[in-house]
Ligand binder design. Sequence first.
Ligand SMILES: [Zn+2]
Length: 408
Amino acid sequence: MRAVALILALVLALWPGAPAQAQEAGRLVLGGSSLTQAPQGWWHRLFGPAPLEVALTLDRPVPWRAFLVGEPARLVIDLRDVDLAGLDPAQLFGKDLAPAIRWGSFRRGWSRLVIELPGPYRVARAGLRTQGPEARLQIGLDPVAPEDFAPRPSAAAALRNLPDPAQLPEPPPRAPGLAVTLDPGHGGFDPGAQAGGETEAALVLTFAQELRRALEARGVTVSMTRDSDVYVRLEDRMTAARQAGAHLLLSLHADALPQGQAAGATVYVWNPASDGRAAAQLALRHQRDDLLAGMDLRGQDDTLATVLMDFARTDTQPRSEAFARLLTSRMALRGIGLHGRPVQGAAFSVLKSPDIPSVLLELGFISDQTDLANLTDPEWRARMVEAVAEATTGWWRDEQARAGLLRH
Ligand SMILES: [Zn+2]
């Protein structure tokens, strides 16, 4: 474990910031794939649909994940680096057992298969076995009563259909075993953005301290990259998270952008290809002081490091994105004003840990009058703290469910 951490630390130091070389995509062997129905016992004949099994043959093992979504009940299977172009779902053996099957490329090297289910099901078992050079992914689905159907929470659904405050669900369960590193941005000689006599460094530190108390009350182990007005280098912030054994790094900011460009909470995940103007301005702001301190790693190159880094991130990136979606969903439920595009990609250095899911939350932009008033309002901060704490414990619950489901 320590050796792995050392290698990752080394890889991190060598990271040239360039996208990885494209590798040849894997292939779905359609002739060796099927949707089948388990033999029906008397119970199923009388009371409902039969268990289903999805079997996918791939020309090599790939990272994958599977989960259920609702309305209508669907099984979603994501496959990394598998090209489904030219393959027709209508050719899948047993396709008539499902009301609809669709697939296509999803994003950033992932392909997605969506199988509409003939009723509510649960994932009874799931696994990927290798057979020579090939791999076979099998997912067994058992029918369940409608009230036992448990789809993954969907940020999009939550945003579309906001419940009244009275309908807010109970606080999520405690999350013992979870370690989170909170990273209040800036500090010391770097006050960050400034407006109305407030500094970003002080505002995000106050918020981080309030969030720490809320998380600790839920049984979460919390560490901070800084707990006072000191400057911490970006590299040291990631190192602190790794040394704390953090499962999640949450960087907190409240930056300024030219008037009218930005308002509302925004969640950033790592994306080296991001070309957003605001993201580029913020990246410059976040990196400025480290660049001055001689920490610029650009210009270094190491192909092996790039490949290792990308391999590690294959697992980390979707988990960062899952947290980002859950976070925006919880903020919306708590009535927090969100940016028009609440989840964005950016090449912020602090997000590039290959092994720790990392997210940067702009609580708001202090260049915006409303956001600045919110950030200095304890009542607003308490709602925001609740939203982040709920997202964190909810994410941990999903992580543990995923750990039982996902096998590389
Ligand atoms: Zn900042």
